[in-house]
Design a protein around this ligand. Structure first.
Ligand code: GLN
Ligand code: ZN
Length: 754
């Protein structure tokens, strides 16, 4: 019997080979055959890496997204794409990315990760029919290497729960049809071999399931587990704990194993007694973070749970797919060596799994394995004690850093602000960044390569700021920004200037399709060495009589877009970040900056999956924003920005952050969503983005006038700000300048007509 497995392996490649192959293919530089060849090479390489692992994942590879692959497997191609009769790949990428005549399918975040999947589109006409070719060929490809493949498939309940309906029909109406296709698929798989492992990914099980979902879970696995005695089915959950009901349901079927995440769902310990003799795929190595395991203590933990689950029934595994972890440390040669010892990326985690398995099963270790375990122990001790991580002076200071409220309540300070800042109703502004042109990218790369000096680089940035201020003045915006040219990324820019942060050269993680992000590593107590934004903002302000808004990234967003520590609670790091920002805000206001925006673009994505854990997150997330901003003088206006519009459930939480003005992304979602602000009541001022910056289109004056009028039906003009719906850095100047001119023109027309 297998002793270990991993839930899945990243597919983008050590040097993002898949990304580059895809992009070359999309731009016509390589052929379909060449793309498929690169994909095959990557798959084979990744399979071989999993040498020391018993159950090796197949079908975790994807040219774009595994949810999209599942749509294809089930034949659930949305009606609107069925006119594409070219080859399958053309259809596939049209669904993923759109083409001239089709808008792409919607993409959204995969649970609480930064990975995005394609949302299945179902309607009452959706047809299902099996297409098992990818799965079969990838199985055979792996089998030919002499390994035991485990086929990864997105489970039916997760598939339907994450689908959207395009015609108000209930996605669960398709349950029976879809289930029969799953059944058919399992029949095909059973014919492949005498014994086949199949893993159904069912992360939906870690959300608060409804009664209906629980029934479907039961029906699904009762049925699928009876398809063939040759199949060993695993239902894999991850990202949090599974509730007792679901585990009991699964344990009552004929499936072979249940996967539980013991890293992000400690409560799963309670489920051990409900396993009913099933194999336990024990997620003990963190698939979402980059820290080394403590190998001995993990083996000890397994020993502990084995008392209930049965030692011979435990499969050592990762907490979730390694998709969310970078590839390997091999190419990291710039990071401090002691910090590097604390890190473990995907390949290193494979090693950890192999070692933990041996230790746990009392297998004989060879010398090199013994050395590895010793080194692991040492690295864990050094991490616990390193002065690079632990700053006791900071801990002392933070004890008295507790004031979360501004001097005056909103109603009083807004009057003072309106006097001091002297802005009219429907004040126009932008979200912060302006186009990042190739000129800017060249400047940055020349500086990084050492081709130009720091002075030359900074001179270049200053001239971009100057030009940006001039353009905004010409356009006639009311509140200006400096344009964020000195930042390549809204988190990395701050991280680079803080103690306690480290950066990788190749720590890429797939975000969607060919897009990857390289989250910074927040490894230690965070402190600010010197002001981070002051020089640029004050320079911008010195160029104009209009107000320039200072621009910071908020504590929660910095945290949510970094790899964070697992040795202290997230809220403690949030407080450290709040302290840093508090000091920065103080420097800005002392230098005469009158409006400061603290972006919380990722506030919502940090929400836990379980209702019972949300309250706690909201509490410390709001608190850290307030700690960061509470030191602002009453006349200084605090803005915030959030990159989404669906506030229904969190509107009161957002209000509690007590920012004076919030700008949000609404342009794509329509005004229906905004009504909630009126219905629920929202005290502070608000700038619902009046046009979508994600599209190159220049909206007309008429269109924006109409949009402002619609907003005035919902919000009083005194509370309404007019702005685009997100930063402009991905757009071109040719789009930005006319769009903003039209926006300002629209406001003039409305103001005049009053
Ligand atoms: N101030 C940032 C910008 O304009 C905000 C980015 C964001 O919301 N993602 O780029
Ligand atoms: Zn945004």
């Amino acid at each position: 019997m297998p002793k270990n497995s991993i839930v899945g392996f990243p597919r983008i490649g050590e040097q993002r080979e898949l990304k580059f192959a895809l992009e070359a293919f999309w731009s016509g530089k390589i052929s379909k055959a060449e793309l498929l060849k690169s994909a095959e090479e990557l798959r084979l390489k990744h399979l071989k890496h999993q040498n020391g692992i018993d159950l090796v994942s197949v079908n975790d590879f994807s040219l774009y997204d595994t949810m999209l692959d599942m749509i294809v497997t089930l034949g659930a191609i949305p009606q609107r794409f069925t006119d594409i009769k070219d080859d399958e790949l053309t259809l596939y990428f049209a669904m993923a990315r759109g083409d001239k005549t089709h808008t792409a399918m919607e993409m959204t975040k995969w649970f609480n990760t930064n990975y995005h999947y394609i949302v299945p589109e179902l309607s009452k006409d959706t047809q299902f029919s099996l297409n098992s070719s990818k799965i079969v060929s990838e199985y055979k490809e792996a089998k030919a290497l002499g390994i035991i493949p485990k086929i990864n498939i997105i489970g039916l309940l997760t598939f339907l729960s994450l689908s959207k309906s395009t015609d108000e029909s209930n996605p669960y109406n398709h349950f029976e049809k879809a289930l029969s296709v799953y059944e058919e698929l399992l029949n095909v798989i059973a014919a492949l071999d005498n014994e086949v492992f199949v893993q159904f990914d069912e992360p939906i099980v870690v959300t608060d399931l409804t009664q209906e979902q629980k029934i479907l879970l039961k029906l699904t696995y009762e049925k699928l587990s009876k398809v063939s005695p040759k199949l060993k089915l695993i239902v894999q959950t991850y990202f949090d704990y599974a509730d007792k009901d679901s585990v009991e349901i699964l344990a009552g079927t004929d499936i072979w194993g249940i996967g539980l995440d013991f890293v992000h769902g400690k409560e799963n310990i309670e489920n051990l007694k409900s396993l009913n003799g099933k194999y336990l795929i024990a997620g003990v190595v963190d698939g979402r973070n980059i820290w080394i395991s403590d190998i001995k203590s993990v083996a000890g933990f397994l020993e502990e749970i084995a008392k209930t689950a049965g030692k011979e029934r435990i499969i050592v595994s990762t907490s979730c797919s390694l998709l969310h972890t970078p590839y390997s440390l091999h190419r990291e040669n710039k990071i401090d060596t002691d910090i590097k010892e604390w890190l473990s990326f995907s390949l290193e985690k494979l090693d950890e799994i192999a070692l933990i398995t041996k230790l746990f099963n009392n297998q004989i270790l060879d010398d090199s394995e013994k050395l590895k375990i010793e080194a692991n122990e040492k690295a864990n001790i050094s991490r616990k004690n390193s002065p690079k991580i632990h700053n006791s002076a900071l801990a002392q200071k933070l004890k008295s850093f507790t004031n979360t409220s501004r001097n005056l309540p909103f109603e009083e300070r807004i009057k003072i602000q309106k006097d001091a800042l002297n802005y009219q109703p429907l004040a126009t502004t932008t979200i912060g960044s302006f186009p990042q042109t190739s000129e800017l990218r060249n400047l940055r790369s020349a500086f990084k390569k050492g081709e130009i000096s720091l002075e030359q680089y900074e001179e270049g940035i200053r001239s971009l700021i100057k030009e940006c201020i001039e353009i905004q003045e010409t356009i006639g915006l009311d509140i200006l920004v400096h344009g964020e040219f000195e930042r390549n990324d809204m988190v990395e820019y701050f991280g680079e200037q803080l103690e306690g942060y480290a950066f990788t050269q190749n720590g890429w993680v797939q975000s969607y399709g060919s897009r990857c992000v390289k989250p910074p590593l927040l490894f230690g107590d965070i402190t600010r060495v010197k002001p981070m934004t002051l020089k640029w903002i004050t320079y911008a302000q010195s160029l104009t009589n209009k107000i320039v808004k200072g621009m910071l990234t908020g504590p929660v967003t910095i945290l949510n877009w970094s790899f964070v520590r697992n040795d202290i609670p997230r809220e403690q790091t949030a407080k450290q970040l709040a302290f840093v920002l508090h000091n920065e805000i103080n420097d800005l206001q002392e230098a005469g900056i009158k409006i400061i925006q603290v972006d919380e673009a990722a506030f919502k994505e940090g929400y836990p999956l379980r209702e019972s854990k949300k309250r706690d997150y909201e509490k410390w997330a709001v608190e850290s924003f307030k700690l960061a901003t509470s030191g602002a003088k009453e006349s200084v206006q605090i803005h915030t920005h959030m990159c989404y519009s669906n506030f229904n459930d969190i509107i009161k939480t957002i209000e509690a952050m007590d920012a004076d003005v919030i700008s949000i992304e609404t342009a794509r979602a329509g005004n229906k969503i905004l009504k909630i602000f009126k219905e629920t009541g929202y005290s502070q001022e608000i700038g619902p983005g009046i046009y979508d910056i994600h599209s190159p289109r220049v909206p007309s004056v008429e269109e924006m006038t109409a949009q402002i009028k619609a907003l005035l039906e919902i919000f009083p003009k005194e509370k309404l700000w007019i702005n685009p719906d997100c930063g402009l850095k991905t757009r071109k100047w040719e789009e930005v300048t006319p769009s903003l001119k039209n926006m300002v023109e629209a406001v003039k027309i409305i103001r005049f007509s009053e």
